[in-house]
Ligand binder design. Structure first.
Ligand code: ADP
Ligand code: 5GP
Length: 206
C-alpha cells in the first residue's frame, strides 16, 4: 500500500455487518474526540435519503470509479452487493501526515487488505448482540428494499464469522458503552511503544 509510511495519525479500520451501527458509532466517536476524521469513501451505490455527497460518500458512476482505480487514486476497494466502494488515497495521506486519527468504515476484505499492506493500522470488528437485533436495526433504519436487506443479512453471517481476523472486537449493544470502548482502544494504541519510539531521548534531553 503506497504512500502511507511514516504516517503519524492512526488508521482505524471499522468493519462489521450492515446495520450493526458502524456509521452511528463513527459519528459518535467523532463528536467526542478532537483530531479525528472519517475517511469519506467513493461509491457507485445510490445515495440514501439524507445522505450528502462529500459528507457521507462521494457518489459516482461505475465508469468514473474505474477511472479513479486505474489512476491509482484508491487505496483499497471492494464490491459489496453489486456496488463498488473505495477509499480515496490522497485525503487519507494528508490526514495521517497531519497527525489526525482516521476512522475507515469498510468491508471485512477492505480491512484485511489495509492490514496486510499497512501493518501499523488498527482493525476493529463491530458485532451486534444477536442476529435478531441486527435484523431489527436494519429494518428500523428502513433504507433497503426487502430483497437488499435479505442480501445484507446473508452476508452478515460470514462477516460475523470473520471476527477472529481482527485485532479488536466490540459488541455494539449500548451505544455509549461502545463509544467508550472504542475511545479506550484508540487511547491504548497511542500508548504502544512502537508508536512512541525515541521518546526516552526526548525526555532525557530536557
Ligand atoms: P451500519 O453503518 O453498520 O450499516 P448504522 O450506523 O446505519 O449501521 O446503524 C443501523 C441502525 O441501527 C440505525 O438506525 C442506528 O440508529 C441503529 N443503531 C446503531 N447503534 C445502535 C445501538 N447501539 N443500539 C440500538 N440501535 C443502534
Ligand atoms: P453501505 O452501503 O451500507 O453504506 O456500505 C456497505 C458496505 O460497504 C459496508 O460494509 C461499508 O463498511 C463498506 N464500505 C464503505 N466504504 C468502503 C470503502 O471505501 N472500502 C470498502 N472496502 N468498503 C467500504
Amino acid at each position: 500500500m503506497t504512500g502511507l509510511s511514516g504516517a503519524r495519525g492512526l488508521l482505524i479500520c471499522v468493519s462489521g455487518p450492515s446495520g450493526v451501527g458502524k456509521g452511528t458509532i463513527i459519528r459518535e466517536v467523532l463528536r467526542r474526540r478532537a483530531n479525528m476524521a472519517h475517511s469519506i469513501s467513493v461509491t457507485t451505490r445510490a445515495p440514501r435519503p439524507g445522505e450528502q455527497h462529500g459528507v457521507d460518500y462521494y457518489f459516482t458512476d461505475r465508469q468514473s470509479f474505474l477511472r479513479m482505480l486505474e489512476a491509482g487514486e484508491i487505496l483499497e476497494h471492494d464490491i459489496y452487493c453489486d456496488q463498488y466502494y473505495g477509499t480515496p488515497l490522497k485525503p487519507l495521506q494528508k490526514l495521517v501526515a497531519a497527525g489526525t486519527d482516521v476512522l475507515l468504515d469498510i468491508t471485512v476484505p477492505g480491512s484485511l487488505a489495509v492490514m496486510q499492506n499497512y501493518p501499523d493500522c488498527v482493525t476493529l470488528c463491530l458485532l451486534p448482540p444477536s442476529l435478531t437485533e441486527l435484523k431489527n436495526r436494519l429494518s428500523k433504519r428502513g433504507t433497503e428494499t426487502a430483497e437488499a436487506m435479505q442480501k445484507r443479512l446473508t452476508k452478515a453471517r460470514d462477516e460475523v464469522k470473520m471476527a477472529s481476523s481482527f485485532q479488536y472486537v466490540v459488541v455494539n449493544d449500548n451505544l455509549t458503552e461502545t463509544a467508550r470502548q472504542i475511545q479506550a482502544i484508540i487511547d491504548a494504541e497511542h500508548c504502544r511503544y512502537a508508536r512512541l519510539a525515541g521518546i526516552e531521548e526526548t525526555i532525557l534531553a530536557h
